[in-house]
Ligand binder design. Structure first.
Ligand code: ATP
Length: 236
């Protein structure tokens, strides 16, 4: 569905991505893990065309998206939940969901579908978003992104700043969402264990380059990944 082909991105003299190639298939759950500053967020921003790329290409269904506007990328079925759970704090939960729809006609059945997926939101539908917990705000940000009926949901560090119990809850919901839909998911995470457990395939980014990729279950058992990313050291 999406092919990233030899992508290179720089911010002035800072090289953020160098020759990155990867693919996300239809109804596939792919994660990207890697340390701080590895280029994970830049990769998502490149797909959303928030940052321009110097060379290489990104193709959706075989067509380059170079130079396309954000709304046009969304129209292709790509939805981006940025880092930091950006919700409209003074608006109610339900109004946040309504503005996620790309149409002015609100489909209440669709909103009910989001509530079925995230029961915590249903219970707080008339509350202002700012009063929600961090985990609930993350679910609202994901729910709002789903309102545009995407084919690919891109999640940038959904665990960031959440207490461990809430991280578990958010990952549980993301897993359920993937299982119950025909969505593709591209997840960016520093929490490597959770990301590898949730996804089918993964790429490891280091200093803007893909250094390892493969089935997530295989990477979870790879001693090099375990010692570098999962905090597991080999027994002597
Ligand atoms: P983190 O997990 O900390 O968000 P990341 O893997 O998402 O890290 P990026 O945020 O994509 O990494 O950053 C990749 C590199 O690009 C880093 O060296 C970072 O300092 C640099 N960078 C990111 N955004 C900018 C910017 N707006 N201007 C200049 N340099 C930037």
């Amino acid at each position: 569905m999406i092919v990233i082909d030899n992508l290179t991105v720089a911010y002035g003299s800072v090289q953020a991505l160098t020759g990155v190639s990867l693919e996300i298939g239809a109804n596939e759950f792919v994660s990207i893990i890697g340390p701080n500053g590895a280029g994970k967020t830049t990769l998502l921003k490149s797909i959303s065309n928030v940052v321009p790329w110097q060379s290489g290409d990104i193709r959706v269904d075989g067509t380059s998206i170079r130079g396309r506007e954000g709304w046009d990328i969304a129209r292709l079925g790509i939805s981006h939940v940025p880092e930091g759970r950006r919700v409209f704090g003074q608006m109610t939960v339900e109004d946040n969901l309504k503005i996620g729809a790309m149409s002015s006609r609100v489909d209440m059945a669709q909103i009910q579908g989001i509530y079925d997926l995230f029961p915590h939101l249903a219970a707080r539908k008339h509350a202002r978003a700012i009063t929600l917990s961090g985990g609930e705000q993350q679910m609202l940000a994901i729910g709002r992104a789903l309102m545009s009926r995407p084919r690919l949901l891109m999640l940038d560090e959904p665990s960031m700043g959440l207490a461990p119990l809430l991280v578990e809850q958010v990952f549980h919901h993301i897993g359920e969402l993937f299982k119950s839909s025909s969505l593709s998911v591209l997840l960016i995470e520093q929490r490597a264990t959770e990301a590898l457990e949730a996804s089918q395939r993964s790429y490891v980014l280091e200093q803007g380059r893909v250094v390892i990729s493969g089935p997530s279950a295989k990477l979870l058992n790879d001693p090099a990944i375990q010692s570098s990313y999962l905090g597991i050291t080999a027994k002597g």
